[in-house]
Design a protein around this ligand. Structure first.
Ligand code: NAD
Length: 484
């Protein structure tokens, strides 16, 4: 099953913050892979712009090292690599001053798509937009790609939307959430809306509950300052988990186009009930053995910021009234394990009697590791011993199902950057979506900030605090295991 690559017209891409962690780890390797796949045509220009003083030759060396460190080994064709690197330009530029802007403006073409990727801290999003306009780079062919975090509450998100809107129309603004670029996330839509099998069952009559888990093994890493001012609710729930929730819960859009899909996602967010404090558990990892805990990582012993959150959400509409959505995310958990599990109700009556046990179907959409989908079905346990039932997975791991070409499935950043060039906003967040998501999370955060309550401690390497297990147990349900 060969993946088809449709080349895009030559374009200019500027990566602001081109020397930063995200650019080196994700953006440049993603561009290189698209280059190797033949998607970029001759004449495409990639320019990195950042504060560090260096020339293009030094920048190429930096990217070469980044490709060695972060790229997939199969793409190491020496000629392609040389040609890709030779095409990179670097401009030393100050996002808040005048240095570098005229040089950059002179490099830009007039008559082609120009994408400006804001891979810099959020305080620079506004100044970059303003300068792009000031230096004549915000024409109709220009697009801006804005990284997270998009605000830290409704007020700041609204202010940022207004700042960007002064110089760019909504159709030129691409707010990135890389979860939306994952193959499985799009497959979620293909499975729901491309098959007759699931959609009739996709409602509270048949679905008992839905669990969304994004479990990380990493701690706060090099982002301690930022993280200790954000926490899991702002960093993960307001964007990634809510986006997944929207895709799983939305009504079928009339067509797969940006406005239709984003309209439906927005309706989900607006139908979310406020979450009561009893339905939220916040946690913070503590050190185990010689491994430091959160407070040591952020060098703030008094920190009450959460590195884990579990909550129960309700969507008040016809489809979902009565079906809870359990969301959970955390750092330093037992395994790197992200999935959405749709847990169906039990059959209304068991013809096999009580001894056959209780069984239900679970559709699991795995985001990482092993992107794929499995459907748990109940079958007869093989053997002569009468009718004993057992649950087995119908497993579709994409790399197996798609064969050797699965390796060529683009990663999230590859797909999303190419979508920017193609002008397809379906997998990007619209301004009103982001604001609605903050409007839901703000009161939750305000509540616990007012209470001053400390989060529950959990051991690094565990599944989170005990209290999160209790959140499910009291409803007669349990979390799926965070598997190694
Ligand atoms: P970083 O600190 O590693 O890099 C910041 C970049 O911005 C550097 O290239 C630096 O030179 C440049 N810069 C700083 N001040 C500047 C100025 N005044 N003018 C011009 N350039 C300037 O940050 P990062 O981790 O690469 O993150 C970039 C953005 O991406 C942030 O908004 C971050 O929240 C977001 N993000 C990062 C990750 C990640 O894994 N690193 C993941 C998701 C989102």
């Amino acid at each position: 099953m060969a993946s088809r690559v449709i080349p895009v017209d030559p374009f200019d891409l500027v990566v602001f913050g081109g020397t930063g962690d995200l650019a080196r780890r994700k953006i440049l390797p993603a561009l290189f892979r698209r280059y190797c796949a033949g998607q970029m045509q001759a004449g495409t220009r990639i320019v990195a712009a950042a504060r560090t003083e260096m020339d293009s030759a030094a920048y190429r060396e930096m990217v070469a090292a980044a490709l060695d460190e972060f790229d997939t080994p199969h793409a190491h064709d020496a000629d392609q690599r040389r040609a890709f690197l030779d095409g990179l330009h670097y401009v030393t530029l100050d996002a808040t001053g005048t240095q570098g802007w005229e040089e950059l403006a002179a490099l830009m073409s007039r008559d082609r798509i120009k994408a400006y990727y804001f891979s810099v801290g959020p305080a620079l999003f506004g100044p970059l937009a303003e300068r792009l306009h000031e230096y004549g780079m915000s024409d109709d062919e220009a697009r801006i790609v804005v990284e997270k975090p998009f605000g830290r509450d409704l007020e700041s998100a609204r202010a940022l939307n207004l700042t960007l809107a002064r110089h760019f129309t909504e159709s030129q603004i691409y707010r990135i959430d890389h979860y939306l670029g994952k193959e499985t996330v799009q497959n979620l839509m293909a499975i729901r809306f491309g098959n007759m099998l699931f959609e009739p069952l996709w409602n509270s009559q048949y679905v008992d509950h839905i669990q969304i888990t994004v479990a990380e093994t990493v701690g706060v890493g090099g982002r301690a300052d930022y993280y200790d001012r954000s926490g899991a609710m702002r960093d993960m729930v307001q964007n990634h988990l809510m986006q997944l929730l929207c895709l799983i819960a939305m009504e079928p859009p009339a067509k797969f186009d940006p406005s239709a899909v984003r309209d439906e996602k927005l309706k989900v967010i607006r139908a979310l009930d406020p979450v009561v404090p009893n339905d939220i558990v916040r946690g913070q990892y503590r050190g185990v053995d010689d491994k430091p805990g959160y407070a040591e990582h952020v060098e703030n012993a008094a920190s009450t910021v959460e590195s884990f959150i579990a909550l129960k959400a309700h969507i008040s509409n016809w489809r979902w009234a009565g079906t809870p959505f359990y969301l959970r995310t955390g750092k330093r958990l037992r395994a790197r394990n992200s999935e959405i599990a749709v847990v169906f109700k039990e059959a209304p009556h068991s013809i096999f009697g009580a001894e056959a046990g209780r069984h239900r179907n679970i559709l699991t959409i795995r985001l990482q590791p092993n992107e794929g989908i499995d459907l748990g079905v109940t079958i007869k346990e093989p053997g002569p011993g009468g009718m004993r039932l057992v649950d087995v997975p119908l497993d579709m791991t994409f790399t197996e199902a798609l064969g050797p070409d699965a390796e060529d499935v683009p990663d999230a950043y590859e797909r999303l950057i190419m979508d920017v060039i193609r002008g397809n906003q379906t997998l990007f967040m619209r301004g009103d979506e982001v604001e609605a998501a903050w409007a839901w999370t703000d009161p939750i955060i305000a509540d616990w900030e007012a209470s001053g309550d400390a989060p529950f401690a959990y051991d690094s390497g565990s599944a989170g605090p005990e209290e999160a297990l209790a959140l499910m147990h009291r409803d007669g349900r349990r979390w799926r295991e965070i598997r190694l």
